[in-house]
Design a protein. Sequence first.
Length: 190
Amino acid sequence: MAGLSTSSLVVIAVAVVVLGWGVLTYNRLVALRQRVREGWSGIDVQLKRRANLVPNLVSTVKGYAQHERGVLEAVTEQRARVQAAAGATPADRQAAENGLTAALTRLFAVAENYPDLKADGTFVDLQQTLGELEDQIQMARRYYNGTVRDLNTLIEAFPSNLIAGWFRFEPREYFEVEHDGDRAVPTVSF
């Protein structure tokens, strides 16, 4: 140490600080990437639970509304698309899920025409379960989108974007609501 000049010590200190910052930034990026994966897994689990509920719902409605075959087939077809998109990107998965949501909305609209069906205990239980699952999907979606926001911000902000670019961290897609009815502001009249 006796042979090192003050300028050499400053250079070494700056190098240590920069290296430390780089390591911390890299570790933060890795942690956020893992949280995004965890968030997507949470969405995936809830969406699979919803897709698994659909056959029970269809069979219950089928017993009451046999001439509503087109609606039942649409729900079944959309469920198959959801299952096919299980390993897809968030955007592809989102498109399939939006189709299933629209088909389920039509199914519940048809169910309104059948008082016996609306009173059926199995149907009511399935409706409640589906409602609870939708709430859980929303919570999982919020968590996922929050972690995606944090990761994308760190990837794009300077100077952390230098580390992100060097180690090829890629921004992730949000899982957003695309169903127009979900964005509409309800009208309230008295």
